[in-house]
Design a protein around this ligand. Structure first.
Ligand SMILES: [Zn+2]
Ligand SMILES: [Zn+2]
Length: 278
């Protein structure tokens, strides 16, 4: 079981491990970032992450949050931190306090309420930016970027001692750049989602695609989910090197989903698209 969740997908320097099945459970761990997106289930690979980025409170995304904190404590790990939409921070605290009473012990934890546009530094120069996501419950998406200092163009030809000299004189020789590494969208309706360049340019884009079948477009609309039609329409605007589709329903197994995708897109356009089910 443990190995099954560890297998994951390799996306350049990052790997995605865990599970994602619509309506059942979603937990997508990225060990290199120490972050797990959603926590509908808590396999070992999710437990090992120091941070949970919770998109929304639907049970298939949030059910194992109490277990995560309790189990980290039980195993002597550092307390975890969960970034959550601010609208549900209070009931989450209440739910965890109730679990403390049920278990007869307090599980140490940090809950960080975020609104769209808020940022949180998970480690030096690695930043999580939350953004609002349209869905049937209060939802956030998360963009992770790395903050890097780049030498200003005019100093590119200088030697190291020359650069040190300028630095010692207090001269500003660098500018700060943001390198978007990964953008994670939980359950989402594309129509009113506000895309930013960073989201479109992140090396990895993780996005749900719950509905694949013809005739299920209205179901996608109703639940504010993505249908394959929406994804195909959006694809030309996406510059991401890796696009990972999650939250497939059990109705459409991965083989079928791949088949439906291949009927709609030529091979060269399909190469950067990966399926994540776990
Ligand atoms: Zn869901
Ligand atoms: Zn949902």
């Amino acid at each position: 079981m443990r190995n099954k969740f560890r297998r994951g997908i390799r996306c350049g320097e990052l790997s995605l491990c865990g599970v994602s099945i619509a309506g059942e459970q979603t937990a997508v761990a990225v060990p290199e970032l120490d972050v797990c997106f959603d926590i509908g289930l808590c396999p070992r690979v999710a437990l090992s992450c120091g941070y949970i980025c919770l998109t929304h409170g639907h049970m298939d995304h949030a059910a194992a949050l109490a277990y995560y904190f309790s189990q980290r404590d039980f195993q002597g790990m550092q307390p975890g931190t969960a970034l959550v939409p601010k609208q549900i921070a209070e009931p989450i605290e209440q739910m965890l306090a109730a679990w403390d009473r049920i278990e007869g012990k307090v599980s140490p934890r940090q809950i960080v309420p975020l609104a769209g546009g808020d940022e949180y530094e998970i480690r030096r120069n690695l930043v999580v930016q939350a953004f609002r996501v349209p869905h049937t419950a209060a939802s956030l998406g998360y963009l992770i970027y790395s903050r890097r200092e780049k030498l200003l163009e005019e100093y590119l030809g200088l030697s190291s001692p020359q650069i040190v000299e300028l630095k010692n004189k207090g001269q500003k020789i660098t500018r700060t750049t943001h390198v978007p590494l990964l953008c994670y969208l939980g359950d989402v309706e594309f129509e009113s989602l506000k895309w930013t360049d960073m989201m479109r340019q992140a090396t990895v884009l993780v996005v749900e695609c719950t509905f694949f079948e013809e005739g299920h477009q209205h179901r996608a609309r109703f639940g504010q989910h993505v249908h394959l039609d929406d994804f195909i329409e959006l694809l030309p605007q996406l510059q991401n090197e890796y696009i990972v589709l999650t939250h497939l329903s059990r109705r459409t197994d991965m083989r079928q989903a791949k088949e439906l995708l291949s009927q709609r897109l030529p091979r060269d356009q399909r190469q950067r698209i990966h399926f994540f089910m776990g």
